[in-house]
Design a protein around this ligand. Structure first.
Ligand SMILES: NC(=O)c1ccc[n+]([C@@H]2O[C@H](COP(=O)([O-])OP(=O)(O)OC[C@H]3O[C@@H](n4cnc5c(N)ncnc54)[C@H](OP(=O)(O)O)[C@@H]3O)[C@@H](O)[C@H]2O)c1
Length: 331
């Protein structure tokens, strides 16, 4: 295509990174099968790392972050997609070393594209985005390992964040009683509204006795924090419970003993949303349109203009955002 499109561009100069909204030529986009006009793009923690030059996320600059995008096919070299189809793309390499969703257009391989599931709008798909997908994948793996609501309460850490808030709502929808662990007591009312049965301060997760096991406090967990939080989730988990490790906002370390595993049969489940096989990806999205679709989904997301994304990128890095922030390209 000729002409330019609007995008958030991260530029590197002398090892320093700066980002802003620019008009760029279409040949800035990578080669690929499907050109998509982006309608909405959800903000994730990883996007803020990319925008700040985190080499574990993005190595090639100038770059456009954004691991989530939903929109309408403009043109496609793959017959499976035709102009006008509503689609979404999350994860794989989008927004990492492939120009991502914070732009009016993306161009991606056909294998990354998911047709918008029936029963979901483009806006809803991006309110969920990678966060909702990750939370649903975590619950799916927990249930494959035998988790069910009758076993007891599930604790969600980083509950006011993107993955956390989606986990709270999805668990509630699936019939679980949810303990929301958060550092933001001012948002407890909102956490109750989106599905938490009770809220605790994130410090309450931490046991200071030094014991390898403590009395069970929950039947399972979805964790976005890592480090001491994850270690404590394991040692206070009920017999045969499942703890899904999704994130590392607290720490990438994990210091634990084997006792939760060999004495209580606790399962530690790894959650990797980026490289899920395509068939499982389609299954998780179909769960998100039905059994796991959060009620009051509008309460979980804030729609903002593309120009506002840099501000929210700073906030997400310091853990200040609440729920999902979604760029609405029509604003
Ligand atoms: N495994 C995967 O496939 C996958 C997919 C998506 C995201 N992730 C990871 O999941 C994590 C969360 O991502 P997100 O997009 O949901 O981020 P987010 O929106 O920023 O949520 C993170 C939340 O964690 C809490 N928090 C922040 N700093 C903390 C600290 N130092 N100690 C304890 N809690 C802290 C805050 O919630 P409260 O104030 O409520 O405690 C914050 O809102 C990130 O590590 C991200 O990389 C992994």
């Amino acid at each position: 295509m000729d002409g330019t499109y609007r995008a958030l561009i991260v530029r590197e100069s002398d090892g320093k990174f700066a980002h802003g909204i620019e008009d760029v030529m279409f040949d800035f986009l990578p080669k690929g099968d499907v050109l998509i006009k982006v309608a909405y793009a959800g903000l994730n923690y990883k996007d803020a790392l990319s925008a700040n030059g985190h080499k574990g996320v993005s190595r090639n600059f100038p770059h456009t972050p954004g691991v989530d995008a939903a929109g309408v096919v403009e043109s496609s070299a793959d017959p499976a997609y035709s102009a006008g189809m509503e689609v979404l793309v999350t994860s794989y390499d989008l927004g990492m070393n492939t120009k991502g969703g914070f732009a009016e257009y993306i161009r991606v391989p056909a294998g990354w594209v998911v047709p918008l599931p029936e029963g979901l709008s483009l806006e809803e798909a991006m309110i969920m985005g990678t966060a909702g997908y990750t939370a649903a994948l975590a619950l799916y793996k927990m249930e494959v390992n035998g988790q069910e609501p009758g076993m007891g309460e599930i604790v969600v850490t980083g509950a006011s964040g993107g993955v956390g808030s989606m986990a709270v709502s999805i668990l509630k929808k699936a019939g679980y009683r949810v303990i929301a662990s958060s550092g933001k007591s001012e948002h407890y009312t909102w956490l109750h509204e989106i599905g938490a049965k009770r809220c605790i301060n994130r410090e309450e997760i931490l046991d200071h006795t030094g014991k390898p096991l403590v009395s069970p406090r929950w039947a399972g967990a979805i964790d976005t924090v890592g480090g001491a939080t994850l270690a404590n989730l394991l040692k206070a988990c009920n017999r045969n419970g499942n703890v899904a490790a999704c994130g590392l906002v607290g720490s990438h370390d994990l210091e634990t003993t084997v006792y939760p595993f060999i004495l209580n049969g606790v399962n530690l489940l790894g959650i990797d949303s980026a490289e899920t096989p395509h068939a499982l990806r389609l299954k998780i999205w179909s769960l998100l349109t039905g059994r796991l679709k959060p009620e009051n989904i509008g309460k979980l997301g804030t729609l903002v203009a593309l120009e506002e994304i840099p501000k929210y990128m700073n906030e997400i890095l310091s853990g200040e955002t609440v729920g999902r922030i979604v760029a609405d390209m029509s604003k």
